[in-house]
Design a protein around this ligand. Structure first.
Ligand code: 5GP
Length: 189
């Protein structure tokens, strides 16, 4: 199936590598000595970004994973996101940095911020490699953004279409005709 879906490169491996280094430098600067961040990667799309980011961060970090499921057709913010895999490590008094692949409507990040805030972290921030600002339906703060992109369905560098394309070292736009309809619920990230 994958070879029948045309891809157009949006961000090359080199552009991503350079931007990840810049993001890591920004993140390093924003946490004082002794306040090493606790990175929470949102499965599955952010794992490749996480792997490159932690190696570019020149300091000790801890890592955990969370998995959520988004119901794209459901506009009720409370019922739209459900927890598929919870964290292994508590967040209390930690300097938590959520690591996202992409923020689209913002519903998933809004839910994560709300859920994590209740666990009383010392601080709570977000880094997202991609940001589709024009699609936002809820206000969310993202402290570190890699690239702001147009409203296109993208794959690669961890991002999938029907579990394919995650392994691509670049980010590409998937032909709109090959794209899953937004209304198709549910989808895990
Ligand atoms: P939200 O709309 O809640 O901000 O984003 C929900 C999730 O939809 C994202 O975390 C991501 O997993 C998925 N998503 C949104 N836009 C894209 C896209 O362009 N490509 C891919 N592969 N996933 C996307």
């Amino acid at each position: 199936m994958s070879d029948r879906l045309p891809l157009k490169v949006l961000l090359t491996a080199g552009q991503i590598r350079d931007r990840v280094r810049e993001l890591a430098a920004d993140i390093n600067r924003s946490y004082p000595a002794g306040r090493d961040p606790h990175l929470v990667s949102v499965l599955k799309g952010s794992v490749i970004f996480l792997a490159d980011l932690v190696r570019a961060l020149d300091r000790p970090v801890t890592i955990d994973f969370v998995m959520v499921s988004s119901y794209r057709g459901d506009t009720r913010s409370s019922g739209r996101v459900t927890l598929v895999k919870d964290l292994d490590i508590g967040l209390t008094d930690r300097d938590v940095l959520i690591v996202e692949d992409i923020v689209d409507t913002g519903q998933t990040l809004w839910w994560l911020l709300d859920n994590f805030r209740a666990r009383q972290p010392r601080s709570l921030r977000t880094v997202s490699l991609l940001d589709k600002r024009s699609r936002r339906t809820v206000e969310v703060d993202i402290e570190h953004v890699g690239f702001a992109i147009e409203d296109r369905f993208v794959v690669g560098y961890g991002l999938d279409y029907a579990e394919q394309f995650r392994q691509l070292p670049y980010i590409a736009v998937l032909n709109q005709q090959g794209r899953q309809r937004r209304e198709d619920p549910p989808s895990t990230k």
